[in-house]
Design a protein around this ligand. Sequence first.
Ligand SMILES: Cc1ncc(C[n+]2csc(CCO)c2C)c(N)n1
Length: 220
Amino acid sequence: MKFTDYLFEEVKPVWEEYLIHPFIKEIADGTLDKEKFKYYLIQDYLYLKEYAKVFCVGVVKAQTMKDMKFFYKSIKGTMEDETAVHIKYLKDFGMEPEEVEKCEYDLTTSSYTSYMQALALTGDIREIAIATLPCTWSYNYIGKYLLENHGNELENNFYRHWIELYGSEGFTDFSDAWIEYTDRICENICESERKKLRDIFIKASIYEMEFWHMAYKERT
Ligand SMILES: Cc1ncc(C[n+]2csc(CCO)c2C)c(N)n1
């Protein structure tokens, strides 16, 4: 069994909950309160800024040019490709990126990003890959599910670009490449290493759920 198949089995119950989370269900049918989406985008923009730094540490810690390139390309993917959709939506809400950067980090945003950054600084490229994988893979898992189940009802859905980004072929290729890369660097690891990486993967998956809760919660 591939290591990532094992990881998937371990987190499946949590990932299935993402698909029925009210934030995701309301994105799917287009009924999500726009204020909630705006708050999510602001926090997610801050999240992506910190997340990109985790890949930067990956470049520093990688031993080969091939591995360095892998992290380097993901920095570009995060800072340019993914944020482009955020910037477009935020512009519609009347916010420029510079203004978004001045917003306060929600406790969940700082906890999740601090967790990954601390792991990146103290760990090796395996720990960095495993801590960042639920983020890429689970968004593709959600995006593909939404496209498969709601793809033909998106014409007037305000969240269509978000769904199309994460369910797209390009993003699926990106996610699959990370899965493959993770299996490559985790070949022949010992049992205690497997357990350590599994725990990181589960924790990051739970942080993803916390992020959905944060995005949906009522605030005054
Ligand atoms: C909380 C949160 N988790 C995951 C993603 C998705 N994501 C973040 S970085 C990256 C890699 C390439 O852009 C991907 C897929 C998100 N946006 N926000």
